[in-house]
Design a protein around this ligand. Sequence first.
Ligand SMILES: Cc1cc2nc3c(=O)[nH]c(=O)nc-3n(C[C@H](O)[C@H](O)[C@H](O)COP(=O)(O)OP(=O)(O)OC[C@H]3O[C@@H](n4cnc5c(N)ncnc54)[C@H](O)[C@@H]3O)c2cc1C
Length: 407
Amino acid sequence: MNRLAATAPEAGQDYLLDAEARAFRHEVRAAMARELAPLAEAIENDNDWEAVKTGIAALGRAGYLRPMFPDHYSGPLSAPGLVHQTIVSEEAAAVNYAFETTIGSALSCAYPLAHHAAPAVRDARLAGILDGTEIGAICVTEPNVGSDSAGMETRIRFDETAREWVIDGFKRYISNASVADTYIVYGITDDTVPAQKGMTALVVPAGTSGMTFPRTYTFMGRRGCIVGEVAFENCRVPEDHLLGKENGGFRIMLEMFNFERIILAGAALGVARTAFSIATQHAQTRDSFGQKLGCKQLIWDMVAEMSWRIDSAELLTYRAAQMYDRGVSGKELMKPAAMAKLVATEIACFCADRTVQILGGDGITKEYGRAEQLFRDTRAMPIVAGTTEMAKYLIASRDLPNIKPNL
Ligand SMILES: Cc1cc2nc3c(=O)[nH]c(=O)nc-3n(C[C@H](O)[C@H](O)[C@H](O)COP(=O)(O)OP(=O)(O)OC[C@H]3O[C@@H](n4cnc5c(N)ncnc54)[C@H](O)[C@@H]3O)c2cc1C
């Protein structure tokens, strides 16, 4: 069969995508069903990190961690980019959100390695991440600093004698803490200027002396994901482990957040779609008051409210991804990326909540499917990668260019 003719847009889905991207989605969806779906139960029921790793390795083998790195991509796509990466994120999260969070960390780690690392460091650390055989982690958040990442307290200094960077600080809520092979660590190198001009990013390989993992957290959802603390005490890496330039870390972080938010929006869309499909199936099969549940207008209302929200999330998400692929970056991409992330993640929560409601008792027990899992998993989405409130500040700051937002 003609590869590009394989898929027509379903009920308006993929309206913004070209034929090649639609065909790519079709292939990715089949691969996720084959490779990831059989692992999902062990992840949810047994918190099975090895199953997550197996899934990521399968995605790596298929080349699905490479579309947003065209220089490292050799698959069939004629113009690989963030649109295709977002499709991967969406389809992975539709199967299980744990896969997407590990993909998101991998890509956020791979991005600065691909674009800002010294060639020797890039060559040593990037291939494994893109192959899915190694794991990445990003260290921004700290106990006293979450949304206000510019206020971070971790300090980085350069030891002229040893020709090494030295990190002292404490990070928390770090995805893949203790299981990652490569850590991208942000810290302040010059505290006499605003963080935008005094922040530096480094590459820290696993096993580096002075990096420890005091604690792993337990969350209400996202089972299978490992998130914990990372402590740095006189932690030293060689001179060439600098990313970009000294004091140039804030710009790298901004670039990372832009695409990370778009990828996360794709994941939220994937989870919202899974919830929607559970809800609509239930509404059409469950009998109530002598009719199918879906005959009731109050149920129609919930279905319609989910349906238009999902389409809105899709349009904003793929608009932002297309802008990225057309070269929009930095502050110009900040608003569309924040909008996509805000809308898609809030919609994922809405859809998970409405799905539980439509399922009634079946929605809040583990005995009758995944609705309760989706409800727990989605709650993290409006918090990670910049909260909904921070996304609103980013949006309004572009709309009110003459006013400094009062954070
Ligand atoms: C599961 C999970 C995985 C994560 N993974 C990573 C990771 O890999 N790497 C990493 O660096 N971080 C990670 N994080 C951290 C995440 O990015 C932060 O949790 C997030 O940025 C919010 O920071 P905070 O939790 O400290 O909340 P706070 O910043 O303390 O905010 C608390 C609440 O106050 C609101 N708020 C804060 N300031 C304002 C203001 N000025 N005006 C209005 N409202 C405000 C926030 O929106 C939020 O609702 C992860 C978090 C979780 C939960």
